[in-house]
Design a protein around this ligand. Sequence first.
Ligand code: V47
Length: 376
Amino acid sequence: MTGGEPSHRLALIDRSAYSSGLKAIANKVWEGKRISPAEGLLLFTEGEPGLLGMLADEIRKRKNGDAVYYIRNFHIEPTNICINNCLFCSFSHHHSHIKWELTEAEMVEKVEKADHSIRELHITGAVHPDRDIFYYGNLLKKIKAIRPGLHLKAYSAVELDYMLEKSHLGISEGLAWLKSCGLGSIPGGGAEIFDETLRKVLCGMKSSASTWLEIHENAHLLGIPSNATILYGHLEKPEHRIDHLERLRQLQDRTSGFNAFIPLKFRNSNNRMSDVAEVSVVEDMKMYAISRIYLDNFPHIKAYWPAVGRKLAQVSLAFGVDDLDGTIHDSTRIYSLAGAEDQNPVMTVSEMKDLILASKRIPVERDSLYQVVSGD
Ligand code: V47
């Protein structure tokens, strides 16, 4: 906290016209207490951006000071051939009708060509019917042989679920083997929305919510950290968002294995949900802020700028966000295909720093485990 200012702000809230319910939540947040699902719901239905931003910003400050983290990273998307056919997806072959897959040699070549300052490789893509855990484990081994220092954040729980099943391995056994191959952490993809009814409509073929959570829990128990996401701004209601956050908060209470939570705004180009309008920026900021307030046990809230655009990512820094992901190096197509602003996402370190400094915050280069590293 910075000298007396927060209590002054709280006094302003107490004298405001906010409902007694909102004032009670504000008091709880200031005292560092956890809010309930009903209170989270009230924030969605009654909270306005000014109040939500103030509360989220206070928590962000207590947890991370003025640091805004970023990492030098790039992605490999191994294939767009997918056994699933999710309504919101613009990436898989189901929508484009063009199938492609990178060979192992092509992926290894991408690593060989990658700038040596890059610390993290994020591997995720479609769920290819023929590729099993041994294929993907051996890929990690080959990459590690060339670049032992590169952190491999690889394979969403949905990809893992399929490769484990295809290879007849249990979750723990399979993850332990992938760890021995070089798996460093698991990205947060595939969570979408946990509510079973809605999940069936949006992505009924995909792994269930409970499987997603089980895979992350097993990973955490093996010392493999992970991230979590929510896909929001489509058919869901505030209660679905709170249910999603609550399931994650409960798991994090058990394991402390999540590093970051990443709200992913639904983008409506080139998919079977193009008739669903994208939500407003106000709605985006509410989602970031309430995520920061609700997930009191998550260290970091990330705005993934290739998905939301750099302007929105910059504004999110006032709504609880302390992490902007990375430099990306024009290596992902998941969001450009879905209509994101940056069609060739790449951000130089100096652009990243300028974006953060303009928000009066401190750019901090990190590794995949949020250790501070000195760049350049
Ligand atoms: O699970 C797909 C989402 C996710 C759309 O862990 C869409 O650091 C919006 O999880 N509109 C994959 N979202 C990406 C992902 C991720 C990204 C960056 C960092 C990390 C991390 C994880 O992309 C999918 C899905 O929820 N997605 N299509 C769409 N049309």
